[in-house]
Design a protein around this ligand. Structure first.
Ligand code: ADP
Length: 191
C-alpha cells in the first residue's frame, strides 16, 4: 500500500506530477483543490463555502476540509493507495490524516516535497492564469496571499514530517520528466 503526500507551495507542479504518478503506480489521486473546484462548479453548499475562502487565497477551515477528505478516502475501500495533493496543509489536517489512515490499518508511506523558490512560483502562477480560468491565479495579491499562507501554515509541516522520517525533498525546477523521474526514484526506494 502506497500512501503518498505530494507536498509543496502553490505552483510547485503537484497537479502535473500527480497525473503522471497515478498512471504509473495505479493510485487514487485526491486533490483537495480539484474537489473544491468541482463543488464550486456544481454549486453545492460546500462549493459556495469553499469559494469564499479560495477567492481570497485563504485556507478552507480545517473542520470542513478534513470531513470532506475523509469522505473521499472512504469512497475507495479497495484502493491500492492514494496520492494526497494539497492535503494536509495544516498540522491539524496532518494529525487527522494519520488517524483516518490508521482506522484503515494503514499509514503514510512518504511525503514528497517539490521545492521551488518563490520568484519562480509567482511567475508560474501568473503564466497559468492565462489558461487556468482560476480566479485565484488571476490576481497577484491573491497569489501572494497563497504563498504567505503556505509559509505560515503549511511549511511547519516540514518539521512535523521530518521528525517522522517521512519528508523527502525534491528539486521542483527543471524538465517535467526529470522531476517525475526523481519522484519515482524516491517512491521505488520505499518498496
Ligand atoms: P494551489 O496549491 O496551486 O494553491 P490548490 O488547487 O491545491 O492550488 O488549492 C486551491 C485553494 O483551495 C487553496 O488556496 C485553498 O483555498 C483551498 N484548499 C485546497 N486544499 C486545501 C486544504 N487542504 N485545506 C484548506 N484549504 C485548501
Amino acid at each position: 500500500m502506497l500512501n503518498i503526500v505530494l507536498f509543496g507551495p502553490p505552483g510547485a507542479g503537484k497537479g502535473t506530477q500527480s497525473e503522471k504518478l497515478i498512471a504509473k503506480y495505479q493510485l487514487i489521486h485526491l486533490s483537495t483543490g480539484d474537489i473544491f473546484r468541482a463543488n464550486i462548479k456544481g454549486a453545492t453548499e460546500l462549493g459556495m463555502l469553499a469559494k469564499s475562502f479560495m477567492d481570497k487565497g485563504q485556507l478552507v477551515p480545517d473542520e470542513v476540509t478534513i470531513r470532506m477528505l475523509e469522505s473521499e478516502v472512504n469512497k475507495y475501500p479497495d484502493a491500492k493507495g492514494f496520492i494526497f495533493d494539497g492535503f494536509p496543509r495544516t498540522i491539524a489536517q496532518a494529525q487527522a490524516l494519520d488517524i483516518f489512515l490508521s482506522k484503515r490499518g494503514q499509514s503514510l508511506s512518504a511525503v514528497l516535497s517539490l521545492e521551488v523558490k518563490e520568484d519562480e512560483l509567482r511567475q508560474r502562477l501568473a503564466e497559468r492564469a492565462k489558461s487556468s480560468g482560476r480566479p485565484d491565479d488571476a490576481n497577484p495579491e491573491v497569489i501572494q496571499k497563497r504563498i504567505d499562507v503556505y509559509k505560515n501554515e503549511t511549511l511547519p509541516l516540514k518539521d512535523h514530517f521530518t521528525a517522522q522520517g517521512k519528508y523527502k525533498g525534491i528539486n521542483g525546477i527543471g524538465e517535467i520528466n526529470e522531476i517525475f523521474n526523481s519522484l519515482c526514484a524516491k517512491i521505488d526506494e520505499l518498496k
